[in-house]
Design a protein around this ligand. Structure first.
Ligand code: AMP
Length: 287
């Protein structure tokens, strides 16, 4: 596996690969890699000649009181996992090269960035859209792989890719879960064993809400159930949102709209602040 730290070096490598007629699959990450990340990597390895993975803990997507400084880092472990997964190039840019002195340009995907997580993490998706734009311009992939775990992010990236005419296919891969259903996340490392147990309520709540949707229960009752269910366990400091949403606009949907959604998908999504980590999860459900 080749390791490239230099932005120009990565750009030149990407251009050379393009001239050779090779397709590039790209998996952007913040490291502390787990099976969720590796599922994106293996999909990319299958579908492209060359797979590039980036590890970059992007400061512009963290709020001032968030966990940028303590975000888990394990570059040695990550390199072993990526090597074993058949990755061709690991791109490790330096933060001072990504955002040099005088940096002034940001990408904002309007409306979609202020709903759900955006309401509680102002500026987060602006940071994500900006860094992904930069990485797309550096790595020049044919396909880029994202996880459904960060559903809102995937919707925003798709919108941005279309709006800015990036000639890149966005592939969204299913959420990889622990045996008890908890969505894998680098932030799960923050949880104490008691919190880890309590956190299983998120998957249980989503699964039960899905069943209730299938039974035709009203959106209002399902929302009430989701909120009560999550708030019933210890270590939940704040329930930021738990509801039923339009899968593209991310608008909260009400029972008045139920007929519009017959035969279509709706999104169940949750964000919970536990004592030591903020956790999100979601499910797409056919009505
Ligand atoms: P991160 O390192 O958290 O920025 O995540 C990098 C990519 O991996 C994003 O596209 C995430 O959506 C994806 N990802 C993270 N956790 C999972 C998971 N449990 N299953 C599938 N994809 C995931």
């Amino acid at each position: 596996m080749e390791i490239i730290k230099d932005i120009k070096g990565m750009q030149q490598r990407a251009k050379a690969l393009f001239r050779e007629g090779k397709t590039i699959g790209f998996v952007p990450t913040m490291g502390a890699l787990h099976e969720g990340h590796l599922s994106l990597v293996s999909r990319s390895v299958k579908e492209n000649d060359i797979t590039v993975v980036s590890i970059f803990v992007n400061p512009t997507q963290f709020g001032p009181s968030e966990d940028l400084d303590r975000y888990p880092r394990d570059i040695e472990g990550d390199m072993k996992k990526l090597q074993a997964a058949g990755v061709d190039i690991l791109f490790l840019p330096d933060v001072n090269d990504v955002y040099p002195e005088g940096y002034r340009t940001y990408v904002t995907v309007e409306e979609l960035s202020t709903k759900l997580c955006g309401e509680f993490r102002p500026g987060h998706f602006r940071g994500v859209a900006t860094v992904v734009t930069k990485l797309f311009n550096i790595v020049r992939p044919d396909r880029a792989y994202f996880g459904q775990k960060d559903y809102q992010q995937s919707v925003i990236i798709r919108r941005m890719t279309e709006d800015l005419n990036f000639d890149i296919q966005i592939v969204v891969c299913p959420t990889v879960r622990e045996d008890d259903g908890l969505a894998m996340s680098s932030r799960n490392l923050y949880l104490s064993s008691e919190e880890r147990k309590a956190a299983t309520v998120i998957y249980k709540t989503l699964s039960e809400a899905k069943k209730r949707l299938a039974r035709g229960e009203s959106f209002r009752k399902i929302k009430e159930f989701m909120q009560e269910s999550i708030l019933s366990v210890p270590y939940v400091k704040q329930l930021q949102y738990a509801s039923v949403y339009h899968p593209e606009t991310l608008d909260d949907i009400t029972d008045e709209d139920v007929n519009i959604y017959k035969g279509k998908k709706v999104l169940l999504a949750v964000a919970v602040v536990m004592d030591s980590a903020r956790l999100i999860d979601n499910m797409l459900v056919d009505l």
